[in-house]
Design a protein around this ligand. Structure first.
Ligand code: GLA
Length: 387
């Protein structure tokens, strides 16, 4: 037996072995790929992510003594024990920052949260730009929401998870990954407005249209905490300030030529990317609504060119993966997530999928780069209780 039910059963058994009691429940939260709308979320803009079948599955049982006892199948075998009342940004390191950060963020909101026993296991590849940390945070957020009867809305859960990542783990990310993890629905992409946190499920029927979405994990390290992401974010905020805007979301494509000449040379390409990328999200949603997912291809490839040339967050490995995918018959391809490595998505006709994956892998190996891992993205369910 494989799949989510087997993963949940295994997590339950492990929880019982480690914590010596039954859990109160089991929850799952997925990783994501973003179809289009990259580096737009912290500009109050739009994105179109979808959840992956790869999830973090977490068993949890409430404790009345205020202790948070965390165990991960991906950890070193030890239980990390923390007092919820003493949680503060700084001392907690490694994977435990994410679950501890969520409990801290809930407590910071003044919510009545206490301790828990936790065991978790994740199939979301780490460091691949597929939001393994958001999956972990969101699994804890939905579990705590039920364990402590908090009744937070989905956007509130995403904000809590994002705050944990920003202020506890020290990664200045936007809200897209957490919104994707809590709000996505099976069979759909999520049209996200990062300002209002309004979402719309946009049906994305790949198989019905003879398509597959491949994820090429280049295995090039990607670390959003390394400063480059924060610099880009600050550059966008500076540009918005110079233009007298609340955020770059408030600039339309039609206004772009007029403002680019007013901006310093280092900021103009950032603004061009964000504005054209927001417009590409709008076009992608129109095409999906028209029942033409195959016509997303050119938008994906144009989005990659913008991330490579204007935003400068791609790298030789992701550029090559995009080129090789298109050469192997993909309708379009682009890096997904924050960049600086990570993964590429490629929209491929089903008939070409079997040969496309090895063609891309070979092209990357011939260039002397690390052999990538190839997964398939299927629009999957968002965070939920599974047991
Ligand atoms: C990372 C961040 C997101 C978003 C993307 C780029 O995944 O966590 O908030 O900014 O990069 O679109």
């Amino acid at each position: 037996m494989t799949g989510p039910a087997a993963q949940a059963a295994a997590v339950r058994r492990e929880f019982e072995r480690i914590h010596g009691r039954a859990p109160d429940g089991i929850w799952a939260a997925p990783g994501r790929v973003n179809l289009i709308g990259e580096h737009t979320d912290y500009n109050d803009g739009f994105a179109l992510p979808m959840a992956l079948p790869q999830t973090t599955v977490l068993a949890a049982g409430r404790r009345e003594d205020g202790l948070l006892r965390l165990h991960s199948a991906q950890g070193d075998g030890r239980i990390t024990e923390l007092a919820v009342a003493d949680l503060a940004p700084g001392p907690v390191s490694g994977w435990a920052r994410y679950p501890a950060g969520v409990v801290w963020a809930l407590r910071e909101r003044g919510l009545p949260v206490g301790g828990a026993d936790v065991h978790l296991d994740s199939t979301v590849p780490r460091g691949a730009g597929l939001s393994s940390s958001a999956a972990l945070e969101c699994a804890v957020a939905v579990a705590y929401d039920e364990l402590y009867a908090l009744r937070l809305s989905r956007p509130e859960l995403a904000r809590v998870a994002q705050y944990a990542e920003n202020a506890f783990a020290g990664v200045p990310c936007g809200v897209m990954d957490q919104m994707a993890s809590v709000c996505c629905a099976e069979g759909s992409a999520l049209h996200l407005d990062s300002r209002s946190l309004d979402v719309r499920q946009v049906p994305f029927d790949l198989t019905g249209h003879g398509l597959r979405l491949l994820v090429i994990d280049t295995r090039v390290a990607h670390d959003l905490a390394d400063g480059a992401y924060a610099e880009l974010r600050a550059g966008c905020e500076r540009a918005a300030g110079l233009l007298g805007l609340t955020a770059l979301r408030d600039l339309s494509e039609a206004e772009l030529p007029g403002v680019l000449t007013q901006l310093p040379e280092d900021l103009a390409p950032l603004v061009r990317h964000v504005v054209t990328e927001n417009a590409r999200v709008g076009r992608a949603v129109e095409r999906l609504a028209a029942g033409e997912p195959e016509s997303l291809g050119p938008l994906l490839t144009a989005g990659h060119a913008s991330l490579r040339d204007d935003y400068r967050v791609s790298c030789p490995e992701t550029d090559l993966a995009v080129e090789a995918a298109v050469a192997a018959g993909a309708l379009g391809a682009r890096m997904t997530g924050g960049g600086f490595g990570g993964s590429v998505i490629a929209l491929v006709p089903s008939a070409a999928a079997a040969s496309a994956a090895p063609s891309v892998t070979d092209a990357i190996a011939v260039a002397g780069f690390v052999t990538p891992a190839v997964l398939e993205a299927v629009p999957s369910a968002g965070a939920r209780r599974v047991g």
